[in-house]
Design a protein around this ligand. Sequence first.
Ligand code: ZN
Length: 183
Amino acid sequence: MKDLPNKAVFLDRDGVVCLEKGYISSPEQLELYPFTWEAITKLKEAHWKIYIITNQAGIARGILTEDDLKLIHQRLLELVPVDKIYYCPHHPYGKAALPYSIHCDCRKPAAGMILRAARENQIDLKHSYLVGDRASDILAGKKAGLITVLVRTGYGAMRLEQPVEPDYIFADLRKLADFLTGK
Ligand SMILES: [Zn+2]
């Protein structure tokens, strides 16, 4: 089988790209790590596609609306050269009305968002990376057949909720970008 053309780095949002602050509901609360812009720019220059893959159950929980989230993500896309943001607004025990409070196949540790991004963008999963700070990120990456990376920012600075075996562990996104670009 011919290799697919694009290699990607799939990034979790909170605790990897942005500071982990619990649920945020406005663009003003968005705060990047000091190294985020440089790390993502470096990866883009080395021809990696960059996708953010994020669980946003705050929508199902009634903490923010999907329109609030769109404004936050619009701002995020202005700040860093990410190709696209994929989010899961669902939670099985949410309190928002349908279609949000459901069991879905996109909420990590499910692989639905990654597989959708791969389909839409012709991504070669076997040679692509998943970067996350939680066990659910690593599990989703493994299900999708990605190379998995745990970073020690966000929840990654603490003991993980469950044991997982990422392929690599780095201090933060900057170290991963250095590794992938050979610097
Ligand atoms: Zn979902």
